[in-house]
Design a protein around this ligand. Structure first.
Ligand code: BGP
Length: 467
């Protein structure tokens, strides 16, 4: 059990605009790639989500009351530029000024991402990150935000480049739902890295009073048993999920070892990657300029060698044991009988978080300060309709074990300065809807009332250890 937090630790809760705000059609907001897609799919609506667009003062009040000193939010690009570019929408700008002020006044420091999966629909239709014009528009949008919101001192460019690239083009649970389109997926990774790097280089050239970085979700990949074949499968999948992006971010180059693994995957899938002249110089320049790194961690993967066709089933309903994933030229994901899982088949493996933190220090010296910007447990919280504190003990166990892993790595010299639970309040999950809850605070989505979970009380007790 974690007994105390280090003095000055950032102890936060995370949100993302599209997952909490609701209000997707008000005050001039433009559509994202999700609006029409979710409507056509007919499973769940992004409205009202947690109605954070109107309820942010209450949620920030709860954060403060329960000892949180930071909140992760994202700006919805389409509130500022409804089409992704053009004239700024003043109502959207005003909303974020109010949100940031409310947080800052409460002593809950905002950490702000510019892009959290909510690509403007117009740009999505035009090729999204596969169209390099998207990068230019993103840089323009970032520049506008840096100038407009000087009250923000902690920026992140893009959230989870890999989740976007694999959700869209490998797993097929994000629009446009491609399956194993390896070319698009690797190209999107590279182009998003370029976008990040250009924005970091821009930010640094503006000499602003603040910090900037990006957020990667890292998924350590372990061979299910230590055969040479399984170890190679793990190395391949690790290159695809983690190493390519970490190299691009913190080395400013894809090392020959990384590229040999990536090329093996590309060859097996008749795929290719285009790197244009000048791209690598942009990555190189940014690689030493990140002020910090936001690391998200949920789970580790166990893999075995496999030479069949690609195929997958995504568990988006919480029916335990329903997920499968085999990647031609890479390997097959398998359960590890020694590792417990959530109802969505996510492995509960805090050791993975410890291993990652140690690896970052060992392999990526340009990565200095780390914040855990997301970690948490999807759980079907039970609400009895009363004000009784909701018992989510499994979530407390999960978070406790993961925070312990973070503090252990910190004691051993890894510079981790904070932890944001995913999530602050219950919210809308992209491919799972509303029954996969993560919050410290329960949201009754019908009434939009907030209820306290046991994990919130636990979070507060730990916050008090810093006083
Ligand atoms: C991360 C995202 C979040 C969030 C979280 C939980 O990938 O940054 O936006 O949704 O994972 O994932 P899920 O909602 O799929 O359970």
């Amino acid at each position: 059990r974690v007994k105390a937090l280090p003095k000055g630790f950032v102890w936060g809760g995370a949100t993302a605009a599209y997952q909490v705000e609701g209000a997707t059609t008000v005050d001039g907001k433009g559509k994202t790639m999700w609006d029409d897609y979710l409507k056509a799919q007919g499973r769940f609506s992004p409205d009202p989500a947690s109605d954070f667009y109107h309820k942010y003062p209450e949620d920030i009040g709860l954060a403060k009351k329960y000892g949180l000193n930071a909140i992760r939010v994202s700006i919805a690009w389409t509130r500022i530029f409804p089409k992704g570019y053009g004239e700024p929408n003043q109502a959207g700008v005003a909303y974020y000024h109010k949100l940031f002020k409310t947080a800052i006044d409460a002593g809950v420091t905002p950490y702000v991402s510019l892009h959290h999966f909510d690509e403007p629909k117009t740009l999505f239709d035009d090729g999204d990150w596969l169209n390099r014009k998207n990068i230019d528009y993103f840089v323009d949008y970032a520049k506008f935000c840096f100038t407009e919101f000087p009250e923000v001192k902690n920026w992140f460019t893009i959230n989870e480049l890999i989740s976007l690239a694999t959700g869209q083009y490998i797993v097929g649970n994000f629009p446009p739902n491609h399956h194993f389109d390896v070319t698009s997926s690797i190209q999107a990774q590279h182009n998003e890295l370029l976008a990040h790097a250009r924005v970091v280089n821009l930010y640094k050239s503006m000499h602003l009073d603040g910090r900037i970085g990006l957020i990667h979700v890292l998924n350590p990949v372990y061979p299910i048993t230590d055969t040479p074949e399984n170890k190679h499968a793990a190395a391949l999948y690790d290159a695809f999920l983690n190493r390519f992006l970490l190299d691009g971010t913190f080395l400013g180059e894809y090392t020959p070892e990384t590229m040999s693994l990536i090329n093996e995957i590309l060859d097996a899938n008749d795929a290719h990657l285009d790197i244009e002249d000048g791209d690598m110089a942009i990555l190189k320049k940014a690689s030493t300029q990140n002020d910090y790194f936001g690391m998200n961690y949920y789970q580790s993967q166990f893999i075995q060698a496999y030479d069949g066709p690609s195929g997958n089933h995504f568990n988006g309903t919480g029916k335990k044991g329903s997920s499968s994933f085999s990647f031609h030229g890479v390997g097959q994901i398998v359960p590890n009988p020694d590792v417990p899982t959530t109802d969505w088949d996510w492995n509960i493996y805090p050791e993975g978080l410890y291993d990652l933190l140690k690896r970052m220090k060992r392999e990526y010296p340009n990565c200095k300060t780390i914040y855990i910007t997301e970690n948490g447990m999807g759980y079907k919280d039970e609400f009895d309709g009363t004000d009784k504190v909701i018992d989510d003990s499994p979530r407390i166990d999960f978070v406790d074990q993961h925070v312990a892993a973070v503090l252990k790595a910190r004691d051993e010299g890894v510079d981790v300065q904070g932890y944001f639970i995913w999530s602050l309040q219950d919210q809308f999950s992209w491919a799972n809807g509303y029954n996969k809850r993560y919050g410290l605070f329960y949201v009754d989505f019908k009434t939009q009332k907030r209820y306290i979970k046991k994990s919130a009380e636990w979070y507060k007790e730990l916050a008090d250890t810093m006083k």
